[in-house]
Write a new protein. Structure first.
Length: 278
């Protein structure tokens, strides 16, 4: 029986996605207005691994925190279909939100999770009160992302056939500006889950460039971008500022792709201030 290093939380049966019933795993803490934390892609990704240093602070500040594993990741269902795209992830999130009967939500997402947050807010604006994004996908063409050194390295590791802890460290070492923050705990959380993922999660994720559509967003948008990000080009920050009617973006020096990990205390304080004060 497969064992995992991340704690098991709750499960929600979210109905049909990709032609079959699906189940999403999530952690929940606190009460009050709802903040949903959406993790990025990559081998072994999960909501808990991405946000374990963040969501308890939000809960303590008076918010209900929901930290799901996106479909295809973590302990959620992993449909063995040809490819995953933005509509697939949005459908899973919509199923969770409707199943839990959530209203006036804040979506907080990094990388793929940021793209899902933006795409969901465009499709279901009535559900979303605010957005918080960290180096979100969906604001560049596919070729631009593939040229980034972190993503190129990730696909090279996939093609090499490496698995387990060795592969995980090879992929994750470019995630952070300060590699000392890449602890054995993070590696050991992600490596066993990576072995359960389908080929679709290791292949191209079909995420459209939504830059021009961002002008339709009516909710406030708060964001962060690491100046030293090797996965998503920092120029995307200006695309958010120039196209989202109510956007404020913080550029963070000496920071890679994981601002919520590398600058955890600043990130938590700034986000909670945004949620409380606007």
């Amino acid at each position: 029986m497969q064992t995992f290093s991340i704690p098991e939380g709750k499960y929600a049966d979210i109905g049909q996605v990709a032609g079959a019933p699906q189940r999403m795993h999530y952690h929940e803490q606190g009460s009050g207005e709802t903040v949903i934390f959406l993790h990025g892609a990559g081998a072994g990704a999960s909501g808990y691994s991405n946000f374990k240093g963040n969501y308890p602070a939000f809960a303590q500040a008076g918010f209900r925190t929901i930290v799901p594993d996106l479909l295809g990741f973590g302990l959620s269902s992993k449909p063995d279909i040809e490819s995953y795209d933005l509509d697939f992830f949005i459908a899973g999130l919509k199923g969770l939100i409707d199943t839990l009967e959530l209203k006036d939500i804040t979506l907080l997402g990094n990388s793929l999770g940021g793209a899902v947050a933006l795409g969901y807010a465009l499709k279901y604006p009535q559900d979303v009160k605010r957005l918080i994004v960290m180096a979100p996908g969906g604001v560049e063409d596919f070729e631009t992302y593939m040229a980034m050194p972190g993503i190129a390295n990730m696909f090279n590791v996939y093609k090499s056939g490496k698995t387990g802890v060795e592969a995980m460290r090879s992929i994750m070492e470019m995630q952070l500006f300060d590699k000392a923050l890449l602890t054995d705990e993070i590696i050991n959380e992600r490596a066993p889950i990576a072995l359960t993922q389908t080929q679709a999660s290791r292949s191209r994720l079909f995420i459209p460039n939504m830059t021009t559509e961002l002008r339709q967003l009516t909710c406030p948008v708060f964001g962060f971008w690491g100046v030293n990000d090797l996965f998503n080009p920092v120029g995307g920050a200006m695309k958010l500022v120039e196209n989202c009617p109510q956007a404020r973006i913080v550029l963070v020096n000496r920071c890679g792709h994981w601002v919520q990990v590398e600058h955890r205390d600043m990130f938590n304080r700034a986000c909670i201030d945004f949620l409380q004060q606007g």
